[in-house]
Design a binder for this molecule. Structure first.
Ligand code: GLN
Length: 236
């Protein structure tokens, strides 16, 4: 069993290092035929329009769609989440080609521009229950997307409060705090739909290997409990 990492652009090296820390080899994918050699795939963060242009240039979209449609496990982080979404909205999204398969609408650059990137503590008891450790995970959000809505087959793993901004909230139909004093608006940042996993943030940029462990087990790349003793050994 081999984990592929789409290696056109973005944080593919960081994913490969995160897998190596768990004792798992990741294989860089740049050509359609290379997808035949892997049993699961990570689509990293980066810049989704650039990544889409490169994927188009290398004729990767048909093979990526087939990979998803065959039910093979795929994890998209940040730009990778945008790739997997059935629909993308937000500034400069027009005409952007998507792989699709994940029944959700994603909003590109939901939290604003590069300088509005941030880190947040995410409470995800489901993942901690499976992978151990504290229920809090560090979320690194870099010009991150947000998931606006999900279909019935999609499990929401994490959401966070929307940082209120009148300009963008009116586009999104989010009520202002004056109109909405009773409920806090939240945006979804991690989901799972069968064999598809998607996070708006970057677990590969933290030392916490639990998201990678979760994906490897979900993908059947390792048996339950196989990684529990190795998750803290750093080989880099
Ligand atoms: N905002 C980027 C995009 O739309 C994604 C950012 C990321 O992957 N860190 O492609």
């Amino acid at each position: 069993m081999v984990v592929g990492i789409l290696a056109l652009q973005g944080s593919f090296n960081e994913h490969i290092s995160a897998l190596r820390r768990l004792g798992v080899k990741g294989v860089e994918i740049r050509k359609p035929e290379q997808l035949q050699d892997v049993t699961s795939l990570i689509i990293p963060g980066g810049e989704s329009t650039t990544m889409a242009k490169l994927a188009e240039y290398h004729n990767l979209f048909p093979a990526l769609r087939e990979f998803v449609q065959m039910g093979k496990p795929v994890w998209g982080t940040c730009a990778g989440l945008i790739f997997l979404a059935n629909k993308a909205t937000g500034q400069k999204t027009g005409g952007q080609e998507l792989v699709g398969g994940l029944d959700c609408t994603v909003h590109r650059n939901f939290f604003g521009s590069q300088i509005q990137s941030f880190e947040a503590e995410l409470s995800i008891p489901e993942i901690a229950a499976k992978e151990g450790g504290p229920p809090i995970f560090r979320g690194v959000f870099i010009r991150a997307p947000g998931i606006l809505d999900v279909g019935p087959g999609v499990e929401v793993l994490a959401d966070i409060p929307v940082p209120f901004d009148k300009a963008s909230s009116s586009d999104l139909g989010i009520q202002s705090p004056e109109e909405n004093t009773h409920s806090e608006k939240k945006v979804i940042v991690a989901v799972r739909q069968g064999n598809l996993l998607a996070t708006a943030f970057h677990p590969e940029l933290t030392a916490d290997g639990r998201w990678h462990t979760y994906f490897l087990k979900m993908a059947g790349e390792v048996g339950e409990g196989a990684l529990c003793c190795r998750s803290t050994s750093v080989e880099d």
